[in-house]
Ligand binder design. Sequence first.
Ligand code: 5GP
Length: 178
Amino acid sequence: MHKDVAEILVSEEQIQERCKELGKELSDYYRERNSVPMLVGLLKGSVPFLVDLIKRMDIDVEIDFMDVSSYAGTNSVEVRILKDIESSVADKDVLVIEDIVDTGKTLEKVCEILRSKGAREVKIATLLDKPGGRKVDTIVPDYVGFSVPNKFVIGYGLDYNQKYRNLPYVGVIKEEAI
Ligand code: 5GP
């Protein structure tokens, strides 16, 4: 275990097993709809999850990436697009891939943007959900890997000052590392 990790919340084995289950569930869903979904990963945190998930999907998929930064304004959250998707989502089934849903404000904006580009359907798959942090009631992730308590977590894509994204598990950072 990394020296800055206080506790492992989700192990590497648990993540791999859950990706297998979600990959099957998603494949069944899109196969039934006769659809080639466009998976849109939100950079950078979703990368490990997207990579492991698509390997467990036995249907055709397309992938693209978006990079957004969100910061609190006076009354709302401003979401700035740092990198937009490159492909058209018009009339496509879009599955947004996220590392963690906390307040839900980032995804609220991202889903709004994707719908405004004409997506047929926008669903959300997130590795982690922190229901205790939710501030908007419009965002309910369709596919959740694991629910976690309202703590700051790192690993498997999630960073603290850009570090720890490469840990193969999700853990809680030690106080002294912050
Ligand atoms: P939201 O708009 O839902 O509050 O923000 C979601 C984003 O906040 C995530 O994509 C992630 O970048 C960041 N975030 C929220 N909670 C955590 C956490 O516990 N650890 C880390 N590393 N990032 C988090």
